[in-house]
Ligand binder design. Structure first.
Ligand code: FRU
Length: 564
């Protein structure tokens, strides 16, 4: 036993060394000298700790990077790794709230700072989804810069590498060959003097229109500093590393909320289009070379829901089922102002001629892509194969995203969904179908649900499904054919008290009769998708143990275990 302990201690000593004591400059400022031989400095974080600003200084004390981190004041919830590279000195400062008499020197973090060549990302969370994309650690919100190239799907994401709450926005990067199994890669776009890196998109420039080379990947993002402006970065190594364009920013406007550029090639005009959010409108631009953009038009005034900021747009051409027609769908994520409070994905269907989008519905019509509370910032992959239009959402809601009960990481993406259009009662709606890659996940059929399973339900006129566990926690789902509604009630689903906005029943119109539902459960999420794509509902749940009982009234359920 003693021998094992000794060996363990030796092993630990080999992998990390304690950081030296900080040089305290004042009650709120300290310097930490960096041990050049280690790859990382592991910083102890306390979720409710105090936000410190860290300036990383390199040769001749030039600032390499500045970020904020919730330093542990009296207990360490988790560590985050700061990659040291050329760092020599860290200048750390905090601004204490009024009447807070604490001293930076008394924080518990100093005893626990360590230099290390490794950072352990093994999962420590019971709620981490198994077949949904999550960041290995840290906070994630919107999916960004999604494209397909040479057999690989690329997914960037709004990432905080220094904590599990929003901040330090950076483009994290993950890759996958099947939209299901993701591997996190080094982050690709980091904050600079123009600001942190907000949401955006990426395209593959097959014909070298921008001059960075045929097949270069070009990313567009919002530089969010004092003002919001649009910048670009290019990659000539297949998306592994990006170089910021020296002419940044490429698009500016005197509007406070001016962000989230989505760029796409438009065959109809043989040019690129860019759509982005500006206040409560979407502005559309065009360009031949991705660098110089011409303003075309704006859409939004008087149309749809305006209960919050318009964000993360998309504009895609989709086939209308059962016809030879194609129409355009303008995606407009909105926060707050969703149908159940907070964030949601709104869309408009109409025509787009490369210059102007015309909505075909009456201005007062609001359409929602998903009728759950946890489906936001939805955008589609660029250059997807076989003319597919594949969407991913961020499975959370700004009402409580920073409070959900996980710590090592916060938030996941939805399962991939293929989009098209269908007509019902004189309106055209988006069809949201589970992507075909999900079928490969089906394992053996089981009698009762597990933490990771797909439930296929053949519904009858009235069907009720109750997922529950021995703790009395449950989720009730009800399909009412007469009313043409589907509802999910998570008021007693488990941990719900972290936000008043969390316990809720969401209700969706079914646009006709439902036949079959596909329900994807993955530890903390339930996504109910109509097999024919006419209805989607995504809700988070945090049961204290997995739901292991399903009772079905008026329908037939088959449960497939998912062993990912
Ligand atoms: C949407 C959003 C975007 C912005 C990003 C910042 O969730 O507010 O508009 O670019 O998050 O992280």
């Amino acid at each position: 036993m003693r021998k094992t302990l000794l060996m363990l201690t030796l092993l630990l000593m080999c992998t990390w060394v304690s950081a030296q004591t900080p040089e305290v400059l004042s009650r709120q400022r300290a310097l930490v000298r960096v041990n050049q031989n280690s790859k990382y400095l592991l910083i102890p974080v306390q979720e409710q700790g105090i936000n410190a600003t860290v300036s990383v200084l390199g040769a001749e004390n030039r600032v390499i990077q500045t970020f904020s981190v919730r330093l542990a004041t009296d207990k360490t919830d988790y560590y985050v790794p700061l990659e040291l590279k050329d760092a020599k000195l860290l200048d750390i400062s905090v601004r204490f709230p009024q009447n807070d008499e604490r001293k930076l020197a008394d924080f518990s973090c100093w005893k626990e700072l360590k230099f290390s060549d490794t950072f352990d990302t093994a999962n420590r969370e019971t709620y981490r989804p198994a077949y949904h994309h999550t960041p290995a650690y840290g906070w994630m919100n919107d999916p960004n810069g999604m494209y397909y190239k040479d057999g690989v799907y690329h997914l960037s994401f709004q990432w905080n590498p220094y904590g599990s709450m929003w901040g330090n926005m950076t483009w994290g990067h993950s890759t996958s060959r099947d939209l299901i199994h993701w591997e996190q890669q080094p982050a690709i776009i980091w904050a600079d003097g123009l600001g942190s890196i907000f949401s955006g998109s990426a395209v593959v420039d097959k014909n070298n229109t921008a001059g960075f080379g045929a097949g270069a990947v070009i990313a567009f993002y919002t530089s969010a500093g004092g003002a919001q402006m649009q910048s670009m970065a290019y990659s000539t190594d297949g998306g592994k590393t990006f170089t910021k364009y020296p002419g940044n920013p490429v698009l500016t406007l005197d509007v406070a909320d001016f962000r989230d550029p989505k760029v796409f090639w438009n065959d109809d005009i043989n040019k690129w289009n860019l759509i982005l959010a500006a206040g409560q409108q979407m502005r559309i631009y065009s360009s031949a070379n991705l660098k110089e953009w011409t303003y075309e038009s704006s859409f939004g005034e008087g149309y749809g829901s305006h209960g919050g900021v318009w964000e993360c747009p998309d504009l895609v051409k989709l086939p209308v089922r059962g016809t030879t027609q194609q129409k355009w769908m303008l995606v407009c994520n909105i926060n707050p102002g969703g149908p159940f409070g907070g964030s949601a994905t709104q869309y408009f269907v109409g025509q787009f001629d490369g210059h102007r989008f015309t909505c075909e519905s009456a201005p007062e019509v609001s359409k929602w892509m998903d009728y759950g509370k946890d489906h936001y910032a939805t955008v589609t992959f660029s250059n997807a194969p076989d003319n597919r239009v594949i969407a991913l959402a961020w499975m959370s809601n700004w009402q409580y995203a920073n409070q959900v009960p996980t710590m090592q990481f916060r938030s996941a993406n939805s399962v991939p969904r293929d989009l098209d259009l269908f007509q019902y009662n004189g309106e055209t709606y988006v069809g949201v179908t589970p992507s075909k890659e999900l079928l490969a996940l089906r394992g053996k059929t089981v009698k009762q649900p597990t933490a990771t399973c797909e439930i296929v339900v053949d519904v009858r006129n009235n069907t009720q499904l109750v997922l529950s566990n021995a703790k009395g926690e449950k989720v009730t789902m009800t399909y009412d054919a007469a009313k043409q509604t589907f509802a999910m009630d998570r008021k007693q689903s488990g941990a719900v008290g972290f936000s008043e906005a969390f316990p809720f029943e969401t209700v969706a119109p079914t646009n006709g009769k439902l036949k079959q539902l596909r329900i994807f459960i993955d530890h903390c999420s339930i996504e109910v998708l109509d097999a024919e794509g006419k209805m989607a509902m995504t809700n988070l749940v945090f049961p204290s143990e997995p739901y292991n009982t399903l009772t079905v009234k008026g329908g037939k359920a088959t449960i497939y275990n998912i062993e990912n």
